[in-house]
Ligand binder design. Structure first.
Ligand code: SAM
Length: 222
């Protein structure tokens, strides 16, 4: 017997993802499996399957389902892949990618969000996701190289450290600032080249840190 959330999730996959051009069946199945209502504050559970971002505290957001699917599809994640997720937030995108990859390392700079996401992912049984707290704008060299890197905060450009931590043939998706606003770019590392293309106009919170923008004055974290 399907739950009300399961039914809303099925409608989301059909109406907001498949009907808008997401074709990869593995991505559609992963999005159909992860219970987004568990990743949003309890008072927003009713809106969990609307196609929009939602506030998750600390001025941060869980991204719009369509944009998560678009980014994950562009990463072409294989079953044996190691994925770096920069900007854990709620842990939702990490959970989606964990369904496609062998392992996901997810970096969040706000300690309270990292701790909450680690607890949530553990409780829900996503045991191939490791959440770490730090400045992901310079990647997470300890576990590199990565087959795929997904960044869900917008920077002025793609930090060179993230490209350096890609394996040969590795893919990266990240929102960056363009001349007329933010664009989601997708790139692939081939030897010393990084071939990139623009996927869509987007709106993300800023990537703060050494490879992104300066944190606000008074921030005593990373
Ligand atoms: N992927 C998330 C999800 O599924 O809920 C949404 C991420 S939210 C749009 C962007 C996140 O990036 C925020 O939680 C923010 O704190 C984080 N962030 C910003 N700069 C960062 C950095 N340098 N390293 C790690 N996380 C960062």
């Amino acid at each position: 017997m399907e739950t009300p959330e399961g039914s809303r999730r099925r409608v989301m996959v059909r109406r907001h993802l498949a009907a808008r051009g997401i074709r990869d069946q593995r991505v559609l199945s992963a999005m159909g499996l992860v219970p987004r209502e568990e990743f949003v504050p309890a008072d927003m559970a009713e809106s969990a399957y609307d196609d929009g971002p939602l506030l998750i505290g600390w001025g941060q957001t869980i991204s719009q389902p369509y944009i998560v699917a678009l980014a994950v599809e562009a990463l072409s994640i294989g079953r044996d892949d190691l994925v770096l997720d920069v900007g854990t937030g709620s842990g939702y995108a990490a959970a989606v990618m964990s369904q496609l990859a062998s392992r996901v390392v997810s970096v969040e700079r706000i300690p309270a969000l990292a701790a909450a996401a680690a607890r949530r992912l553990g409780r829900l049984g996503y045991d191939n996701v490791e959440v770490v707290c730090g400045d992901g704008s310079i990647g997470w060299p300890e576990s590199a190289p990565y087959d795929a890197v997904c960044v869900s905060a917008a920077g002025p450009g793609v930090p060179s450290q993230l490209i350096d931590q890609l394996s040969e043939g590795g893919r990266l998706v990240m929102p960056t600032e363009g001349p007329t606003g933010q664009v989601l770019i997708s790139g692939i590392r081939r030897r010393d080249e990084f071939e990139r293309r623009e996927i869509a106009a987007v709106r993300f919170v800023p990537l703060l840190g050494a490879g992104g923008y300066d944190p606000p004055a008074g921030w005593d974290g990373f």
